[in-house]
Design a protein around this ligand. Structure first.
Ligand code: F6P
Length: 342
């Protein structure tokens, strides 16, 4: 049997570890061969493929990014998208497709398998950790590590200059990266998309931090919003799934802090450094196990399912579960961090 593999959406450390595990187990244990599709759904849509075998995945375990490339192509907005994908699969004699992606890529896989009979197995991926069907997605741990290291570094320079440092991290709808790195890094304020913030309260925390002669670190998720304002957008553009580009709330907040407290405030936007580079050991472990279980699901003919982490077990759930509901930060969990604010 020939199995197609694609990676869609924003890239994420650990993608290559998934691909490697799929190919190793599928080749060695089941005698399958593989075909990589380039750049997410664009690959099957345009019949753009990459050879995928054991030599192709050697040495890729610690490598960030994806050897298959990625894009945010949406076949449902492309002309005749479903027919073109089916045609490519038939032409390439691909009998099963493993889609590694976040809510958009898996949303396409849900529809393709449920409504159009394309045999898909899903693997959840996002640094934002906001897919509800799995306890963790790979890439998240690496992103939290990058953000925590940045916060550690920013503490010392903030204290040397007695200024406020605002750190903007990724997290469009969910504040998982902000919460975990903020707690791990000892931030004095953590702001997440799930809970609107009050700029006066933030300034109050900042002033109380200065009173004990320490410089405050504010961690803000890119999707966080002030009580009486809106999400700050980078520009007006949208991708093919209708997502706007975020970033800017950190810069906006630093200006507000300066004008309300009179203290100097600077912003560091971590951006794609959180997504790039080598995956952490945890992400390699999780991604490898996801890959092993995904090819097992293909072998069992269990299409329309996705692998997920529950505790320390890898389970199978309907792919639709991944996209049914966003996993956001529970207010009680966020409240726990409050003891460190100010
Ligand atoms: O993968 C999700 C995410 O990390 C979001 O937090 C962020 O808004 C988005 O990717 C940015 O991705 P890109 O710059 O590739 O559009």
């Amino acid at each position: 049997m020939r199995v197609g593999v694609l990676t869609g959406g924003g890239d994420c450390p650990g993608l290559n570890a998934v691909i490697r595990a799929i190919v190793r187990k599928g080749t060695q244990e089941y005698g399958y061969d593989f075909l990589g599709f380039r750049d997410g759904w664009r690959g099957p849509l345009e019949n753009d493929t990459v050879p995928l075998d054991i030599p192709a995945v050697r040495g890729t375990l610690p490598r960030g990014g994806t050897i298959l490339g990625s894009s945010r192509t949406n076949p449902f907005t492309a002309e005749d998208g479903v027919r073109r994908i089916k045609e490519t699969l038939a032409k390439q004699e691909v009998e099963a497709l493993i889609a590694i992606g976040g809510e958009d890529t898996l949303g396409v896989a849900t529809r393709l398998s449920g409504e159009f009979g394309v045999p898909c197995v899903g693997v959840p991926k996002t640094i934002d950790n906001d897919l509800s069907a799995t306890d963790y997605t790979f890439g998240f741990d690496t992103a939290v590590g990058v953000a925590t290291e940045a916060i550690d570094r920013l503490h010392t320079t903030a204290e040397s200059h007695m200024r406020v440092l605002v750190v903007e991290v990724m997290g469009r709808h969910a504040g998982w990266i902000a919460l975990h790195s903020g707690l791990a890094g000892g931030a004095n304020v953590i702001l997440i998309p799930e809970q609107r913030f009050d700029v006066d309260q933030v300034c109050g925390w900042i002033e109380s931090r200065f009173k004990v002669r320490y410089a405050p670190i504010v961690v803000v998720a890119e999707g966080a919003m002030p009580k009486d304002g809106q999400m700050v957008l980078k520009d007006d553009s949208q991708d093919s799934f209708g997502h706007v580009r975020l970033s800017g709330v950190g810069e906006w907040l630093a200006k507000e802090i300066e004008s309300r407290t009179g203290k100097e405030a600077r912003t560091t936007v971590l951006g794609h450094t959180q997504r790039g580079g080598t995956p952490s050991a945890f992400d390699r472990w999780l991604a490898t196990r996801f890959g092993l279980h995904a090819i097992e699901a293909v072998h069992d003919g269990d299409f329309g399912t996705m692998v997920a982490l529950r505790g320390t077990d890898i389970v199978r759930v309907p792919i639709s579960e991944a996209t049914a509901k966003l996993k956001t930060v529970d207010p009680a969990l966020y409240a726990e961090a409050g003891v460190f604010f100010g």
